[in-house]
Design a protein around this ligand. Structure first.
Ligand code: URA
Length: 237
């Protein structure tokens, strides 16, 4: 097995982050510092260390979904001691959030210790679908999200985004939005482009996994069917 794959599968980080650790000289195989992330190792015989700490290959992973409430940041730790989503998950589950939701955004957030799947679900190449319920303070003042978003719009910093937006009421203050990228504050910036402001943002689906009936702040393990679905989605590309 390749060293970077071993590290990612052990939950050390994404494949890219693991490559970086190797380049930084922080990884040892059998007490020898290595500099090539793609070298082959034998997980049963070789002993791998990151920053001097032994890394054990995980063979069973944890996959969970959380209905993130407002007021929690998506991070493992916060330097200012704000509440993080990790405060809602038992410590024994050594999982990481898959992507990010803003502190005031609610809805489905996946967490896992499967570094390889985490990397794929957040990589733009896989175009993972995210679906949001968007409530606006007032209707769009310029343009038409339903017509313009599928053609592509250019945000304030030059990012070009495409997606789908379906109005859910006559006043056009409630939309369902489907995006396949994962840019920072994407939904809020999209609606700034249309000269309105988001009052409330809720993600009801991520990669085909629904938030369902989970109450805010509660989590549960994904079903075997849901896990197979995620793996199928990420092996097709
Ligand atoms: N877009 C946003 O603006 N915020 C989120 O939390 C997710 C998508």
């Amino acid at each position: 097995m390749r060293l970077n794959k071993f590290l990612a599968h052990s939950g050390v980080g994404s494949r890219r982050a693991c490559d970086e650790l190797v380049f930084q000289g922080r990884v040892m195989v059998n007490r020898v510092v290595v500099h090539e992330p793609g070298i082959a190792i034998n997980p049963e015989e070789d002993r791998v260390f990151v920053d001097g700490k032994r890394v054990i290959l995980k063979t069973r992973y944890t996959y969970i979904k959380l209905n993130k409430p407002a007021g929690y940041i998506t991070s493992r730790k916060d330097p200012h001691n704000k509440q993080t989503v990790m405060n809602l998950i038992p410590n024994v589950l050594d999982v990481r959030p898959v992507g990010r939701l803003d502190s005031d955004t609610t809805g489905v957030l996946l967490l896992t210790d499967d570094g390889d799947l985490l990397f794929k679900l957040t990589h733009p190449r896989y175009g993972i679908e995210k679906k949001y319920d968007v409530y606006l303070k007032y209707p769009p003042q310029q343009g038409d999200p339903e017509k313009d978003l599928p053609k592509g719009i250019v945000l304030e910093n030059g990012d070009r985004v495409t997606g789908e937006a379906y109005p859910q009421n006559n006043k056009k203050t409630h939309y369902t939005v489907i995006l396949r990228e994962g840019k920072k504050r994407e939904v809020k910036r999209i609606f700034s482009y249309f000269e309105t402001r988001v009052a409330q943002l809720h993600r009801f689906e991520f990669a085909g996994i629904l938030v369902d009936e989970l109450p805010p702040g509660k989590w549960k393990k994904l079903t075997p069917q849901e896990i197979t679905h995620l793996k199928t989605l990420t092996t097709q590309k």
